[in-house]
Design a protein around this ligand. Structure first.
Ligand code: MN
Length: 265
C-alpha cells in the first residue's frame, strides 16, 4: 500500500556505514521529501570498503526493527538483493545509497560499498543513486549540505530518462550549504598513487602490514569529480556498469590476431 504523496513511488534507502549511521537518517529524510513509500534496509555493521561483495559462506539474517525498517547482517549488496527480492512488498522505483560519511571520488568508486549498493540495484534493473558527504577527519560532518540539496537534484534526475546500466554518483562538498558554489556534472577522476603501508614486527618476530593513509596526486584534472569537490561544487557523475573500454576493442583485436597468425605459422 503506497502513501498518498508521490503517487505510489517506492524508494529503498540503504548504505554501507550501517543501520545506526547518522547519514542513513539524513537519507531517509531526503527520501521522504521525494514522497511515496520509504523502506530502509541497511547492514547491521559498518561495511565501508566492502565494495560489491556478496556473502556466500554463511546464511544471512533479516532483523525487523520497525515498520519498513530492517537490518541485514551482511554487505550493502546483500541488503539490496534481499530488499528487492524478499523484504519489499512489490517493486522499488528508486534505490538511494548513503549518505556516506566521507566522499566517494575517483578510484573510491571501485572500493565503495555505498556505490556498490547502487550498482546492485542497477544490475537488478532499478534506478539507483549513491550519495556521499565529503568531510575532514576531526571535524563535524556537514550533513545539512546533502540534506539541503539532494531532494531537488534527485527530483530532476528522476523526472528524466537514464540509459540502462547507468547509476548516479553524487558527492557533496565539505561546505555549509550557503557556501556551495553549484552543481557540476563530472567524470570520474584519478588521485590514488598508493597507500602508505605500515610495516611492523609482531610479538613473535613475524612482520605484519597495515594499510594506512591514501597517498594522492596533488592536482585534479578539469571536469573530474575531484576538481568539482575541491572547488566547492556538488559533483554528479553518471557511472556505467559496463566497464569495457570500447575504444580499445579494435586495437586489442589486432594485437591478438597478429599473435595467433605467428603461432599458427
Ligand atoms: Mn561508508
Amino acid at each position: 500500500m503506497a502513501d498518498a504523496a508521490g503517487g505510489g513511488r517506492r524508494i529503498l534507502v540503504t548504505n554501507d556505514d550501517g543501520i545506526h549511521a547518522p547519514g542513513l537518517k539524513v537519507l531517509e529524510t531526503i527520501a521522504r521529501r521525494l514522497g511515496g513509500e520509504v523502506w530502509v534496509v541497511a547492514p547491521e555493521t559498518n561495511q565501508s570498503g566492502a565494495s560489491h561483495s556478496l556473502t556466500l559462506s554463511r546464511p544471512l539474517r533479516i532483523r525487523r526493527i520497525s515498520a519498513r525498517h530492517y537490518a541485514v547482517d551482511g554487505t550493502p549488496t546483500d541488503c539490496v538483493l534481499l530488499a528487492l527480492q524478499k523484504i519489499l512488498d512489490g517493486a522499488a522505483d528508486l534505490v538511494l545509497s548513503g549518505v556516506n560519511h566521507g566522499s566517494n571520488l575517483g578510484e573510491d568508486v571501485t572500493y565503495s560499498g555505498t556505490v556498490a549498493a547502487a550498482m546492485e540495484a542497477t544490475v537488478l534493473g532499478v534506478r539507483a543513486v549513491a550519495l556521499s558527504q565529503s568531510c575532514r577527519n576531526g571535524h563535524p560532518v556537514k550533513w545539512g549540505t546533502a540534506e539541503r540539496f539532494a531532494p531537488e537534484i534527485l527530483e530532476r534526475l528522476c523526472a528524466a530518462p537514464w540509459p540502462e546500466g547507468v547509476l548516479v554518483n553524487i558527492n557533496f562538498p565539505d561546505r555549509v550549504s550557503a557556501s556551495v558554489e553549484g552543481v557540476r556534472v563530472t567524470r570520474q577522476g584519478k588521485r590514488k598513487v598508493g597507500d602508505a603501508l605500515v610495516e611492523r614486527i609482531d610479538p613473535r618476530g613475524e612482520p605484519y602490514y597495515w594499510i594506512g593513509a591514501l597517498r594522492e596526486e596533488e592536482h585534479w584534472a578539469e571536469g573530474t569529480d575531484l576538481a568539482a569537490i575541491a572547488d566547492g561544487y556538488i559533483s554528479v557523475t553518471p557511472v556505467h556498469l559496463d566497464l569495457t573500454h570500447h575504444q580499445s576493442l579494435e586495437s586489442f583485436r589486432k594485437i591478438l590476431a597478429e599473435d595467433s597468425r605467428q603461432d599458427g605459422s
